[in-house]
Design a protein around this ligand. Structure first.
Ligand SMILES: [Zn+2]
Ligand SMILES: [Zn+2]
Length: 137
């Protein structure tokens, strides 16, 4: 990782924030119903990093481990913003950060859209964006 620049992702009230160093590994948008219910939006945008790229944290998160072990979420106990989560990936974990929490237009846009099988018909991704009916990877 040669880039030394950092981006901060913050909850709405500012109690909870994380600082990420360098560019993300992947930015992915997902139309699955779990992301719809988690975000309250019609799709979620996850910015994936290696866990080592999280170089600072402010505040103490509340956590929620999905019973199926699929992901462990960290969110602000005061305002409820869901900020980051760990997803098992073979023997390791990858770190996902909520794309909107950066509120940063320089953040790279999604490189793919997954779970288009449950996408609302009015959600129109950019031309040429790779689409997957279910998950990718
Ligand atoms: Zn908050
Ligand atoms: Zn999803």
């Amino acid at each position: 990782m040669t880039q030394a620049f950092e981006r901060v992702a913050s909850c709405w009230c500012g109690d909870l924030a994380v600082t990420m160093r360098g560019e993300p590994m992947l930015v992915s948008s997902c139309c699955c119903t779990r992301c719809q219910r988690r975000t309250g939006s019609f799709f979620g945008v996850t910015v994936y990093f290696h866990p080592d790229q999280m170089v600072a944290q402010r505040g103490t998160p509340s956590t929620f481990q999905r019973p199926d072990g699929e992901a462990r979420f960290h969110f602000c106990a005061r305002c409820g913003s869901n900020l980051w989560w760990f997803v098992p990936d073979d023997d390791e974990e990858v770190l996902g950060v909520a794309g909107g929490a950066f509120a940063d237009p320089t953040l790279p846009g999604p490189q793919r859209m997954v779970y288009t099988s449950t996408r609302h018909p009015f959600v129109r991704p950019p031309d040429g964006l790779p689409e997957f009916e279910d998950g990718a990877d």
